[in-house]
Design a binder for this molecule. Structure first.
Ligand code: ATP
Ligand code: MG
Length: 181
């Protein structure tokens, strides 16, 4: 069991999928069937804006004050390419093109993290992606040859997620949400 009052809390900023989009990706996963990889559960499908790492209460407080100052604009982000990334060992749905409003939000989120003395992303380029499978090395050779699902992400809110590890696997709890306008 996780104690929600335990600090620090592992957090990230990100976007949810609509229920039909979750269903679409879940059906696509089911068509492929099980293997040595681990499919991401439908409830856990998401797009990360910024991984914040371990937050202390004071950092959480500052974050809650500053996130509303990010450029919280709506965007449409097509995700239509399958990629396998060896280092995190994930198979994902991604795009080489980033919607400009999303790009700007990601860049300002990194600046905010710097101001709050949170570790910056190790990647200099923001690459929007939805992780579909973890421990995915067995998919490495076949993944990109599959017909990708076609998804256009149009979220209406930015969420602050608490990433909790539980007996049944990771669970993301929404701690706060800000509407995109
Ligand atoms: P688990 O690590 O328990 O297998 P998870 O990777 O989904 O599950 P977290 O590690 O808490 O859970 O990650 C939450 C989100 O942040 C995921 O989208 C993950 O890909 C992303 N993330 C995690 N670590 C980093 C990192 N160092 N840099 C960028 N994104 C990260
Ligand atoms: Mg992880």
């Amino acid at each position: 069991m996780t104690n929600e009052n335990t600090w620090p809390q592992r957090c990230f900023l990100g976007f949810a999928l609509s229920a039909p989009q979750r269903q679409q990706l879940c059906s696509w996963q089911q068509q492929l069937g099980d293997g040595n990889h681990r499919w991401v559960a439908s409830a856990n499908l998401h797009l990360t804006l910024a991984f914040l790492g371990q937050l202390q209460p004071s950092q959480m407080q500052q974050l809650l004050e500053r996130v509303p100052l990010l450029p919280l604009q709506r965007f449409s982000q097509p995700l239509t390419q399958l990629a396998y990334w060896p280092k995190p060992n994930i198979a994902c749905l991604t795009s080489e093109d980033v919607a400009s409003a999303l790009q700007q939000m990601a860049a300002e989120a990194q600046q905010l993290m710097h101001q709050l003395a949170l570790p910056a992303s190790e990647h200099s380029v923001y690459r929007p992606h939805i992780t579909l499978a973890r421990k995915a090395s067995s998919l490495a050779n076949s993944w990109q040859k599959l017909v990708p699902p076609q998804l256009n992400l149009q979220p209406t809110a930015l969420h602050l997620y608490h990433s909790q590890s539980t007996d049944t696997g990771v669970r993301y709890q929404i701690l706060n949400s800000w509407p995109l306008v």
